[in-house]
Ligand binder design. Structure first.
Ligand code: HEM
Length: 422
């Protein structure tokens, strides 16, 4: 297939490219560190060090639209449906859909203020304290999967465990997990998929439910805080920053659930697929469980749940000799940087001994680097430890050697994963 045809297939969300876009990324990288895609009007950055350099310049490369063109299409579809709402509901829905404009979509100085106020709540020691809870959630989830029959491991394990862990961390009753799942799907619904008018109405309604629930929870934690993350968000202060507004706090919860659950699900899915596709790898990891962390890093590097994030240039600029006008869309292609052979030796292989395994870009880099990376690593490792320690084999259904991925060129995850635990 020609380069143009492959590029078109990717943006047309064809499985042939979405399942493994890395050959296409390599072709782009061979053209240069920055490639202009005329049909999409996007500048794609494929080189590891250049991506990091762009991420260090958040003022010139703004995060106002990190999900790029697909979210603009969804925003237009949502706006069309909103026009049908009664006036009162319209104001409310519009606030909710704007999500407090925090972190992910904020630029300095607001973004710097958000990170200063919230970094503490998700620092490593807070997650380490939670490890016994995470292990128990993962242990029970694996124990409850029926043995010797094919099961969709996404539904049985990869979806519920991250949601359950997030609910626990936030301090929300665990029986809210189903609602969390629905809310997480509603929050992410704007990423790239086509929806009917009725589906959009449902998504808006779900997001409004989410917003009301968290407003109430945060206001109650403000009055009587406890040890959970919601209390940390409700009471976050710093000596130099104005406190977060209520809408910023709920917006932060929305991002935690939207960005934290589905991404970890995708990581667990690809890690399980790699294990089920390679029995010798399973044997190695069962014999050396201390390598499971390194294995998870390799899966993150090779199959990043977030393939790349978009930036918008706030002034005319130049990258690697390519002129980029103000207002352009720049796609930082983390999935390409992760296979840059000037940084990673034999970049397409899983190596359990790679010295720089954590240098991948799957959690981003610079000021917007993932605030939930500690949690994601802990949850994924715990699931993999349980999966390997509670089974003899994890095997893939013969009919499912090439499972399909969800229809997005930004988010990358398995639509379902039929495996058998014995
Ligand atoms: C494997 C799992 C995960 C992956 C692959 C992932 C990936 C990413 C990436 C690539 C970014 C950077 C965005 C950018 O460049 O603009 C990011 C930011 C973010 N992530 Fe994660 N993430 C994961 C898990 C989590 C979890 C568990 C949470 C919440 C507990 C979370 C919350 C966030 C938030 C709030 C941001 C925005 C940070 C900012 O803009 O300052 N993520 N994530």
């Amino acid at each position: 297939m020609s380069l143009d045809a492959r590029t078109r297939a990717l943006f047309a969300l064809e499985q042939s490219q979405l399942r493994s876009p890395y050959g296409l990324y390599r072709q782009w990288r061979e053209i240069g560190p920055v490639v202009y895609l005329e049909d999409q009007d996007i500048y794609v950055v494929t080189e590891h060090n250049l991506i990091k350099s762009v991420n260090r310049q958040p003022v010139l490369f703004s995060s106002q639209n990190p999900l790029g063109p697909s979210s603009m299409l969804a925003a237009n579809a949502i706006a069309a449906v909103l026009a049908d709402f009664p006036e009162e509901a319209l104001t409310r829905a519009t606030t909710v859909l704007n999500r407090g404009n925090v972190l992910f979509t904020a630029d300095p100085p607001q973004h710097t203020r958000h990170r200063r106020l919230l970094n503490v709540a998700l620092k490593r020691s807070a997650i380490v304290r939670m490890k016994p809870d995470i292990d128990l959630i993962a242990q029970n989830a694996v124990a409850n999967i029926e043995r010797d029959t094919y099961t969709d491991l996404n539904q049985a394990l990869a979806v519920p465990v991250p949601i359950h862990c997030l609910a626990k961390l936030l301090g929300v009753p665990v029986n809210y997990s189903d609602k969390f799942h629905r809310w997480a799907e509603a929050i992410n619904a704007s990423i790239g998929s086509a929806m009917s008018k009725d589906q959009i109405r449902e998504v808006i309604q779900d997001q409004m439910d989410f917003w009301s629930f968290f407003e109430t929870e945060i206001l109650s934690r403000e009055q009587s805080p406890s040890q959970d993350l919601l209390s940390a968000i409700a009471t976050a202060t710093s000596t130099i920053d104005a406190p977060l507004t209520l809408s910023e706090r709920v917006g932060f919860c929305s991002q935690l659930i939207g960005a934290g659950a589905d991404t970890t699900t995708k990581l667990i899915g690809f890690a399980t697929l790699a294990l089920a596709s390679d029995l010798s790898l399973q044997t190695k990891l069962r014999q050396s469980p201390e390598k499971i962390g390194q294995f998870a890093e390799e899966i993150l590097r090779l199959e990043p749940p977030v393939q790349g994030m978009f930036r918008v240039t706030t002034a005319d600029t130049e990258l690697s000799g390519i002129k980029i006008p103000q207002g352009s869309m720049v796609w930082l292609l983390y999935g390409a940087g992760n296979r840059d052979d000037s940084v990673f030796v034999c970049p397409n292989e899983v190596s359990l001994d790679r010295p720089n395994s954590k240098d991948h870009l799957s959690f981003g880099s610079g000021p917007h680097v993932c605030i939930g990376a500690n949690l994601a690593r802990e949850v994924a490792q715990s699931v993999l430890v349980q999966l390997l320690s509670q089974t003899r084999w994890v095997t893939l259904a013969k009919t499912d050697q090439q499972p399909t991925v969800s229809p997005s060129y930004v988010m990358h995850g398995l639509a379902c994963l039929n495996v058998k635990l014995t």
